[in-house]
Write a protein that binds this ligand. Structure first.
Ligand code: PLP
Length: 422
């Protein structure tokens, strides 16, 4: 039981450098966050040793008394947080949760209607190389080219025309709230299941700063590691007893073998934290931060450089920058921000004239910085740094110094000396 630094100094060095990177950069990838040490301790624990195929009280292995308690805590906390009757907390990731959802409520070849990838949907919503695109007959809706909003008339028209078995409401890159009630009305009209993938905005839902899809959808899937800020993993909720049974069977034995009990314990811890006032405050700062970013990035100096925001603003945790009219492209903007130590990801915009490895967009999110303690003042400073970086002839050294001042003022994992905290 020698320490990692002795057993594997190369990996120990990777962990240490990654901790330094996370501390020194401002993390603005919209799907990332920082888990608290308590979550890391649950995740880096002896529960990683345990096989527990099956569900609490109905396992295919002995010795599951303690992991049963952990999984039941995660289930009960998920149900209470989102107000659902049933929860499955075993999916290893968001993508495996989504595979289980389709496995449960559709059959190979069934028609599935979802938001197209290049308009903000996720790979698992029907991208042709993904299992979803290979196994199901995918019809995609998009966003309106003028407003960048999902057009419910188009969703209704496609649903009437194609009679899908499943309609997906959910996104990876969309700056507004979806109308879950309208989606459900359309699903009911054509006899489809409504599946909401709230992977991105689940933390906002848990905090009550975004509508809850659970009362509207037949089934809701999510990740735990984005706005919630828990371990990298997924979960599935429903209010329907019959669908719950199908979901359980689709996850195990349908999709997975042994559940990751250490991750499930960490989910329980994350869900407990998500029920606190501090969590609600953090989600409010997250949304406010994105709005501050949107305000700055729609000022005249930015507009004059041909830079706009899709939908002209946001009501969630991210903004989508549109660089189609700018001289700088998505790749150059991502690289430039990296140079000043802000991490974002480039993103295609609908009908992007530039290739997918270049793109004409940026997705910028605020969850990780809100977790780091940022409020109005810090987000105002970050927003100005980003705006000035994207304008012609930025002073890279000066902007990097401003980033470093913010990072230094908000220490991450303060007092932690080693990045491996299990
Ligand atoms: N669903 C949505 C909407 C997502 O944005 C993502 C992740 O980006 C996923 C599912 C998949 O999650 P994971 O990366 O954990 O498989």
């Amino acid at each position: 039981n020698a320490p990692l630094a002795d057993v594997d100094p190369e990996i120990a060095a990777v962990l240490q450098r990654e901790l330094d990177r996370q501390r020194g950069f401002l993390e603005m990838i919209a799907s990332e966050n920082f888990v608290p040490l308590s979550v890391m301790q649950s995740q880096g624990s002896v529960l990683t040793n345990k096989y527990a195929e099956g569900y609490p009280g109905r396992r295919y292995y002995g010795g599951c008394e303690e992991v049963d308690i952990a999984e039941n805590l995660a289930i009960e906390r998920a149900k209470s947080l989102f107000g659902s009757a049933y929860a499955n907390v075993q999916p290893h990731s968001g993508a495996s949760a989504n595979a289980a959802v389709l496995h449960a409520i559709a059959r190979q070849g069934d028609t599935v209607l979802g938001l197209s990838l290049d308009h903000g949907g996720h790979l698992t919503h029907g991208m042709k190389l993904n299992f979803s695109g290979r196994l199901y007959d995918i019809v995609a809706y998009g966003v309106d080219p003028e407003t960048s909003l999902v057009d419910m008339d188009e969703v209704r028209q496609l649903a009437r025309e194609h009679k899908p078995k499943v309609i997906i409401a959910g996104w990876s890159a969309y700056p507004r709230k979806l109308d879950f009630a309208a989606f459900r009305e359309i699903a009911d009209e054509v006899g489809a299941y409504l599946w909401v993938d709230m992977a991105h905005f689940a933390g906002l839902v848990a905090a009550g700063v975004h509508p809850n899809p659970v009362p509207h959808a037949h089934v809701v899937s999510s990740t735990v590691h984005k706005t919630i800020g828990g371990p990298r993993s997924g979960f599935i909720l429903t209010n329907d007893a019959d669908i719950a049974k199908k979901i359980n069977s689709a996850v195990f034995p349908g999709q997975q073998g042994g559940p990751l009990m250490h991750v499930i314990a960490a989910k329980a811890t994350a869900f407990k934290l998500a029920a606190t006032d501090a969590f609600v405050d953090r989600q409010k700062r997250t949304v406010r931060g994105a709005q501050i970013l949107a305000e700055r990035l729609t000022q005249p100096d930015v507009a004059e450089a041909g830079i706009t925001l899709r939908s002209n603003g946001t009501d969630v945790h991210l903004v989508l920058v549109d660089l189609r009219g700018a001289s700088i492209d998505g790749k150059q903007a991502e690289d430039l921000l990296h140079e000043i130590r802000i991490t974002v990801n480039r993103n295609s915009v609908p009908n992007d004239p530039r290739p997918p490895m270049v793109t004409s967009g940026l997705r910028i999110g605020t969850p990780a910085l809100a977790t780091r303690g940022f409020g109005d003042e810090e987000f105002t400073e970050v927003a100005d740094i980003i705006a000035r970086a994207l304008l012609p002839n930025p002073d890279v050294a000066a902007l990097r110094a401003r980033v470093t001042a913010l990072a230094d003022a908000h220490p991450l994992y303060d007092g932690v000396e080693s990045a491996g905290q299990g």
